[in-house]
Design a binder for this molecule. Structure first.
Ligand code: AGP
Length: 616
């Protein structure tokens, strides 16, 4: 939510900031802005709408400085206006600031500052922060010049309730940036004679792969030559420099029309990367280096809780199915946003798992912290390396799916299911699953990339179906067992990128209410794979047909349906239960994608959304 880029070095800052903002635009796209310091003054440019609007506007400005900050906004406090766009400048003109997060006590601050004569031009919480820095700076007049800027920011942050990732500029301290984080991600990129600050790696990957992941409560003071990290309590922090493993190409669209399309087609590779090096030598189970739990620990665990939001929550539901089915360990799944306030009585000997692509989702992080506070062993499935959730959990499994830029999650989802399925195998093999069943399971997992490739070959067929159905205003998605969560995911994908109303239900629940929606105007996407309840699903399809509903049926090879029952058929390869939800997810991703394209939607940046939800 909101993207930040800061630069200090020898190059013209504005070009680097704009390039970074374009790469961060998926974090928020209500407005964008930048401030560059030159000759002890700021040049500030802000524009409502996409980064391209800002780029056009900057053409009319000199923007000569080599130090600057920039921001792409997902609005929280205050409407989408130029005035509310970041950066915000203190009313004495000395400080400019970009902010990702929410300052909860901003109204008290604002009242105080208004009393002190500070002026406010926007409706944002951020403006209170930048003016409070100016207030403290004025008060710190006796402090040595070298530390006055940094200490004013530090003092200000001690008063803040809420979350922030900030980068601050000061006219009296040219070529210096002060940045800090609490609850919103911020990384420092160490370049060649330059430093960058950004909300995530994609913004700076073209300039450096060496990064420091800042932690909550840390402040970094950066000049073109050096940086120092300290805490709010002024303790020194020894920086840990990590090397990012992916490259610029991974974060670019290449020949695809959208990131979402690219990421759908990258799924075979993401699955291969998620499995690489993670099977035992005898090929009968999975291995996870980072879980930090011994087999003895696992034998004691008698319940697993899973928490997440959105698509990752759907992955948790699949995890529940697979773990209970194969490992026979009871699993409970909760929305992280509900869990954090519900005071759930967690049982002893429970493992608390969270799933998050970004590793920054605030509700998921809060749920993790709550479980930790209660003394539970925690683990996380995350895609973004070095993210807060990955760092704060006791153990974890990285997805290695590569950067996911499209706001609608696709490859991260199937990769989360893959990891969950491998985890189910891992636990199952420590319990009752036999060696030969384990070998079979591993073989099935290894086939997943090729099975997904086969589904992807059907993209043209699915595109044709999408064209025929794009004009409908309501859809139902129905599935059973491990495909019920895929029905939920199909409905979510369609809603978020097409703005078409869609609902996911367990197929047999349809009779208990949703069947009232059925008419020729509300098509149903049915998951009907071969298996023990195939006939039951066929009966549900018949009930839809009896009410003149149109049916798009996703089934496995070799299934037969009574004549006239299916309006459209998408066939996926017959496969092991361990990978069925992965394979079945792909057609609904493609269907949603092509419907959104047909409707001319902004697929990668759907309205009102942002990729990573770092505010409540
Ligand atoms: C997925 O398409 C959505 N954009 C959203 O539901 C997302 O999955 C959710 O916000 C959780 O994000 P996370 O995996 O980064 O925690």
């Amino acid at each position: 939510m909101c993207g930040i880029v800061g630069y200090v070095g020898k190059q013209k800052a504005s070009a680097i900031l704009l390039e970074g903002l374009k790469r961060l635009e998926y974090r928020g796209y209500d407005s964008a802005g930048l401030a560059v310091e030159h000759d002890h003054a700021f040049e500030v440019v802000k524009k409502v709408g996409r980064v391209n609007n800002l780029v056009a506007e900057t053409a009319h400005h000199r923007l000569a400085g080599t130090t600057g900050i920039s921001h792409t906004r997902w609005a929280t406090h205050g409407g989408v206006t130029d005035a509310n766009a970041h950066p915000h400048v203190s009313s004495d003109g000395k400080f400019a600031l970009v902010h990702n997060g929410v300052i909860e006590n901003y109204s008290g601050m604002k009242k105080f500052l208004l009393g002190q004569g500070y002026k406010f031009l926007s409706e944002t919480d951020t403006e209170a922060l930048v003016n409070l820095i100016a207030y403290h700076y004025k008060k710190e007049v006796d402090r040595p010049d070298s530390s006055r800027f940094l200490e004013s920011v530090r003092k200000t942050l001690r008063h803040v309730e809420g979350t922030y990732g900030i980068v601050v500029l000061c006219t009296e301290h040219p070529n210096e940036l002060v940045a800090a984080r609490k609850g919103s991600p911020l990384i420092l990129g160490i370049g060649d004679g330059e430093f960058l600050l950004a909300s995530d790696v994609s913004a700076i990957i073209s300039r450096t792969q060496n990064v420091v992941y800042l932690k909550d409560g840390e402040i970094v003071d950066v000049t073109p030559k050096n940086f120092t990290i300290t805490t709010l309590d002024q303790a020194d922090v020894a920086p840990v420099i990590d090397r990012v493993t992916w490259t610029l190409e991974d974060a670019e669209m290449g020949t695809f029309a959208h990131f979402m399309e690219k990421e759908i087609f990258e799924q075979p590779l993401a699955l291969e990367n998620g499995m690489r090096g993670r099977f035992s030598e005898d090929q009968s189970t999975a291995n996870f280096g980072g879980l930090n739990l011994t087999p003895a620990d696992f034998r004691l665990i008698d319940r697993i809780y899973f928490c997440a939001c959105g698509t990752a929550w759907h992955a948790c539901l699949v995890a529940e199915h697979l773990i209970e089915r194969f490992a026979r360990v009871p699993v409970e799944v909760d929305y992280a946003s509900e869990f954090r306030y519900r005071n759930v009585p967690l049982r002893p000997n429970s493992l608390f798992f969270v799933i998050s692509q970004s590793g920054e989702t605030i509700d998921t992080l809060a749920a993790l912290r709550e479980a930790k506070r209660k003394g539970h062993v925690t683990a996380a499935i995350c895609n973004v390396v070095g993210s807060t959730i990955a760092r704060e959990s006791d153990g974890g499994i990285y997805q290695h799916a590569g950067p996911e830029i499209g706001v609608a999650s696709t490859k991260a989802f199937t990769s989360q299911i893959l990891i969950a399925s491998m985890f189910a195998l891992y636990v199952a093999r420590m319990r009752d699953m036999s060696f030969s069943d384990g070998v079979q399971y591993v073989q099935a997992l290894k086939q997943a990339p090729d099975l997904v490739r086969k589904v992807l070959e059907q993209a043209p067929h699915i595109k044709e179906i999408a064209k025929r159905y794009a004009h409908h205003h309501d859809f139902l998605f129905l599935g059973r067992l491990s495909l019920f969560p895929i029905a939920l995911e199909g409905a979510l994908k369609l809603k978020e990128i097409s703005y078409i109303h869609a609902e996911g239900y367990p197929a047999a629940e349809m009779k208990h209410g949703p069947i009232a929606l059925i008419s020729e105007n509300c098509p149903t996407v049915f998951f009907a794979p071969k298996g023990e309840i195939f006939q039951k699903v066929v009966s549900s399809i018949q009930e839809i047909k009896a009410r003149r509903g149109k049916t798009i049926v996703i089934t496995t090879e070799g299934s037969e349906f009574p004549a006239g029952l299916t309006d459209e058929i998408i066939t996926i390869p017959d496969c092991h239960e361990a990978v069925l939800p992965i394979v079945a997810a792909v057609p609904v991703q493609l269907l949603s994608y092509y419907i959104a394209v047909e409707l001319g939607r902004d697929v990668d940046k759907p309205r009102n959304l942002a990729k990573s939800v770092t505010v409540e």
